[in-house]
Design a protein around this ligand. Structure first.
Ligand SMILES: [Zn+2]
Ligand SMILES: [Zn+2]
Length: 336
């Protein structure tokens, strides 16, 4: 088990939610949640399947019996829900599938990642390569980052998904499904009485990852901001539990802080475009210290904010002639 203990929360209706810590990457802690309502048992997310994550997930299950007096075993599971198809949330499924035949549910827009994983990975790498070329990275630099991208996501094998989630669904008469595209196309929050499992949509103190919609439809800054407002409008949420970071006792205030941070980021990129810059130049300017995988994430983030500003007519292409003349052209954006 990891050094952090399991935490228990109880909903207004008496449903028990166990928050189970998992070290999903060397520098990233995530949470899977086990929900027990009478005889019904659901597992929400399964960790990365990498490093100690699988061992910790099994150890957490053992600890629920030994330390919390819950008589649950893997064969008691009625349901597995994947909140979104990012590897730190679904990577453990190959192991979990060996332990239980409980049906897997995921939002309809993220299903393809689980059932056609190898194809999605190849297509994502292809689109990312095109994005990085237009961002202005050299071939050598692109190849270095793309090799890292593949390495972090290899190892998962496609598997069947039994059930699809849609916005407004009442899953198993326990969870209300709220579709919140932005961080991921099929990102969902799950409302359970007065608890909200926010997955990676609302993360206090953790910078949510956003990438341009040009890479994946139903992601991007605009979708994310709209989905924040959707969650802010929910009523009766006493406590929000995310996929990373600490529990949130005031969801409204947390969303306001996230919105303010997003506005600052948009303004910062816009200001940086007082001088014309490519996405690679902007990334180097705004994140001079980063390298490796963090650099790849930063390039996509900057791309997402540039896309948001560009969609609103706030940017112009400084070297339009060059870009229009050749597929190799690298657009340099300036504030319009
Ligand atoms: Zn995620
Ligand atoms: Zn995550």
């Amino acid at each position: 088990m990891s050094d952090e203990p399991i935490t228990r929360f109880t909903s207004a209706g008496g449903v028990r939610v166990y928050r189970m810590p998992l070290q999903v990457f060397p520098s990233l802690r995530a949470y899977a949640h086990l929900v027990i309502a009478g005889d019904y048992v659901a597992l929400i997310d399964v960790g990365s399947g990498q490093g100690p994550s699988n061992d910790q997930l099994r150890a957490n299950f053992t600890a629920l019996s030994a330390e919390w007096g819950e008589r649950v075993s893997w064969s008691d599971l009625d349901r597995i829900i994947i909140t979104h198809a990012h590897i730190d949330h679904h990577g453990g499924l190959n192991m979990v599938r060996q332990l239980t035949s409980a049906p897997i549910a995921i939002h309809e827009l993220d299903r393809r990642v689980l059932i056609h994983y190898e194809e999605r990975l190849a297509m994502s790498r292809f689109k990312l390569s095109v994005f990085l070329r237009h961002a202005g990275l050299s071939e050598e630099h692109r190849n270095r980052l793309l090799a890292m991208y593949g390495h972090s996501k290899d190892g998962f094998q496609s598997l069947p998904v039994e059930d699809l989630l849609k916005d407004g669904d009442q899953l198993d008469q326990i969870f209300r499904v709220i579709h919140v595209p932005g961080h991921c196309p099929g990102q969902v929050c799950l409302q359970l009485d007065d608890l909200l499992l926010t997955a990676d949509h609302v993360l206090p103190g953790v910078a949510v990852f956003l990438s341009p919609e040009a890479l994946t439809a139903s992601t991007g800054v605009d979708h994310y901001l709209q989905s924040l407002r959707k969650v802010a409008a929910l009523t009766g949420v006493r406590l929000a539990l995310g996929g990373h970071g600490r529990p949130v006792h005031d969801l409204g205030a947390a969303i306001k802080r996230i919105e303010a941070t997003q506005e600052q980021r948009i303004a910062r990129i816009y200001e940086a475009c007082n001088e014309p810059h490519s996405i690679a130049e902007l990334t180097a300017l705004l994140y001079p210290e980063i390298s490796n995988y963090d650099e790849l994430l930063a390039l996509q983030k900057v791309g997402a904010y540039i896309e948001y500003l560009d969609q609103r007519g706030m940017l112009a292409i400084d070297n339009l002639g060059e870009v229009a003349a050749s597929e190799e052209g690298v657009p340099r954006y300036r504030a319009a």
